[in-house]
Every structure is written in structure tokens, then in C-alpha cells.
Design a protein around this ligand. Structure first.
Ligand SMILES: [Zn+2]
Length: 385
């Protein structure tokens, strides 16, 4: 199994190189827009798109063979994405270009990349810090995206393929309950309360509300300033959350590797719909934080593949209503869980994480014929219970 890592490096492009990249990005976007207009809507196959407009793209926009091929592929991909989201394809902006092995290469000896432009190849040095150097050393990446970020500079997102280590044999299961009240709780007793983080997010939300009010009744320039500030704030909040999620997932996976445990996560497909069904106020809905939970789960999954731990996903039915000790259905009230059978009160999130680990164990080591699932390297989806 292969894992793809994306390494982002800033390009140290000279002004004349920037001009060439700008021109190429513009031609690439124009070509995509043209292809999207000319080719019948609904066609998403890049081969079909290519058969129809490849010659046009080269002649009209001056793209070389592989850039034209990549433009067709980009249109196909965006159409597919738009189809699943049931939205029209957005107009292509001159802010990114896809590169493949024939039009892009990386040279480790002087930390440069070579990129095709409308006027031939350009060799540009990349800004690589220790992290990027460690990941790129000894690699010959075969694809990349050139992107102009919000700061107006060009960055290269380089894809590096890696074969992760074979997972070590597992001995136990650790259930992880992600983001009901707390950020994450494991059946081992690791816990991240999320108190600090929700305070900070509340502060951002308050700032946002003030700015939005101000923007609503301000002059034109005030409105613009507020918009800029809001944009900056959203990035800051997102980065803060991502950093936090990296920390939490790192610790969970590290512990699992050290104790030869299989990480068991709930299959949260549709959780947003479910949690939002309950009548709740605006603050609670915002705090439910579904994108952050989703990101945390994604981080746990890829880190466990990378570090040789097993990770599986199970259906969460009744995980929060079942008592882990006796498997009777109990009563969950906020942070407390009451089991009428054992007459005990437990911490609801801890109980849920233990139930999740039990479901994982039951699915992987079935005692009967009705449930079975072979644990393989990487992510495993368990059958419905
Ligand atoms: Zn009980």
C-alpha cells in the first residue's frame, strides 16, 4: 500500500520567472475554461475531453502537450467534484497548474525544480526547511501543483509517494471517541477536553460577530477592511485548530504503536446531520465543530498508516447508549452515563470510547460466524453491526 504525502515549498522565482509562470497559469486557466465551455456538460472522462479539445488547447493557448493533457484532466476532475456536490463547475482561476513527471522534475543536489512554461523550461530553487528536506531527500516525485497562495507568491505542492512500514502484530484495541463533548477520549484514558480550544474559538466567533456587524453598516472602505480582517482571522483559526489536531492525533497514534493496539474509530458518515437534528442553539451548533472532528479523524488515519499502526472504522450504533461493562442499554444524560443494570454512573465519553474498542475487538476477533473482518494494513471499514 502506498501513501501520498504532499510537501509544500515556496519557490524563489526571479521576477522574469514569475512573469513566465503568471502567463502559463493564465493560459492554463483559459484553456480549462475553454474546454469546460466547449465540451458537452456532463462529460467527465478526461480521455473524451482530450479527444475533443486537445488540438485546440495547444493551438489557441500555446500549451505544450502535457500541459494540455493536464488541463483536460483538471476539467474532468472538477466536473466530477461538481457533480457529486450538485453544483456547477466554478470558473477556473489563474492561480494553479498541475504538473506531471514529463513537465516537472526535482533535483536534490541544488534543491531546485524544473517546470514547463509557455516559453520552455524554467529551473527555480525551492525554499526547503528541515521538514521539507527530510521528506524530499532521496525522492523522485512525479507530480506537483504550482499554486499562487494568498500572499501572492508561488508555492509548489509536491507529491511524494511512500511505502509505509508493515504494521506490527496487534495485541489489543483502543477505542477513540472523537468530539462529542471533548475533542477526543480513548479507552486507555487519554483525554483532551477541548476546554481551552473552545474558549479560543469562542473568542474568534465573538470577533467575527463584531466585524460582521461593523461591516454591515460601515462605509465602503470599512466594509473592505472588515472583509480582509475576517479572511485573515479565518485562516488563523483554521491553522490553530489544525495544529491542535496534529498534536492530539500524534499522541494517540504514538501510544497505539507503543502498546501494539489497533485504533478503533467510529464511522461518522453523516454525523453532522445527526447531531444537528437535536434542537440546539447557535453556539452549541458552532461548537459541534464537525469539520475539526473530521480533520482529526483524517489525521489519526494517515498517521497510523504512516507509523505502522492498525486503524479501523466501525459503525457507531449505540456506542454512547451501551454500558461497556455489561452491554446493557443505559441512559446518557450530558456528560454522565447511567446503567440501570449495574446501577452505576460513568463518564459518558469514557464509556463510549470503551464500547467502541469492544465493537472493534468483536468485529476483528469474531466468536461467531455472523461478524468477521480481516484486519489489513491501513484503514479498515467494518461491516455494519
Ligand atoms: Zn451496566
Amino acid at each position: 500500500m502506498e501513501q501520498v504525502l504532499t510537501i509544500v515549498c515556496k519557490l524563489n522565482a526571479a521576477p522574469e520567472q514569475v512573469a513566465k509562470l503568471d502567463a502559463t497559469a493564465q493560459a492554463f486557466a483559459d484553456a480549462c475554461n475553454y474546454a469546460n465551455q466547449v465540451v458537452k456538460t456532463g462529460i467527465t472522462s478526461k480521455a473524451t475531453i482530450q479527444a475533443e479539445v486537445y488540438g485546440d488547447l495547444r493551438a489557441r493557448f500555446g500549451l505544450n502537450a502535457n500541459l494540455a493533457v493536464r488541463a483536460c484532466a483538471r476539467v474532468g476532475m472538477n466536473r466530477k467534484a461538481a457533480k457529486t456536490k450538485k453544483r456547477p463547475v466554478k470558473e477556473f482561476q489563474a492561480s494553479s497548474i498541475d504538473y506531471d513527471a514529463r513537465i516537472f522534475s526535482f533535483r536534490e543536489s541544488d534543491w531546485t525544480v524544473s517546470l514547463s512554461t509557455l516559453e520552455g523550461r524554467e529551473r527555480i530553487s525551492i525554499q526547503a526547511a528541515n521538514y521539507q528536506r527530510g521528506k524530499l531527500a532521496g525522492q523522485s516525485p512525479t507530480s506537483a501543483q504550482l499554486c499562487k497562495h494568498k500572499d501572492g507568491l508561488y508555492y509548489l505542492h509536491i507529491q511524494v509517494k511512500k511505502t509505509p512500514p508493515d504494521p506490527k502484530p496487534y495485541k489489543r484495541f483502543v477505542g477513540v471517541d472523537v468530539g462529542r463533548r471533548k475533542i477526543a477520549v480513548t479507552s486507555d484514558g487519554q483525554e483532551w477536553s477541548g476546554k481551552g480550544i473552545s474558549d479560543i474559538r469562542d473568542r474568534y466567533a465573538k470577533q467575527r460577530a463584531v466585524l460582521q456587524r461593523k461591516a454591515a453598516k460601515g462605509t465602503r472602505s470599512t466594509r473592505r477592511r472588515c472583509r480582509q480582517l475576517l479572511k485573515r482571522l479565518s485562516g488563523r483559526e483554521r491553522r490553530f485548530q489544525a495544529w491542535w489536531n496534529h498534536t492530539v492525533s500524534y499522541r494517540i497514534v504514538k501510544r497505539a504503536v507503543e502498546t501494539s493496539a489497533v485504533i478503533v474509530l467510529e464511522d461518522l458518515t453523516g454525523i453532522r446531520e445527526r447531531t444537528n437534528q437535536q434542537p440546539r442553539n447557535k453556539t452549541e451548533r458552532r461548537r459541534s465543530n464537525s469539520w475539526a472532528n473530521y480533520q482529526l479523524r483524517g489525521f489519526i488515519e494517515y498517521k497510523s498508516v504512516r507509523d505502522g499502526a492498525y486503524c479501523m472504522v466501525v459503525r457507531p450504533h449505540y456506542s454512547s447508549q451501551t454500558h461497556h461493562a455489561c452491554l446493557h442499554i443505559g441512559d446518557r444524560r450530558g456528560e454522565r452515563f447511567f446503567c440501570p443494570n449495574c446501577q452505576v454512573v460513568e463518564d459518558a465519553d469514557h464509556n463510549a470510547s470503551k464500547v467502541i474498542s469492544l465493537i472493534g475487538a468483536a468485529v476483528a476477533q469474531p466468536r461467531g460466524p455472523w461478524l468477521s473482518c480481516e484486519i489489513v494494513a491501513g484503514l479498515q471499514k467494518a461491516p455494519t453491526l
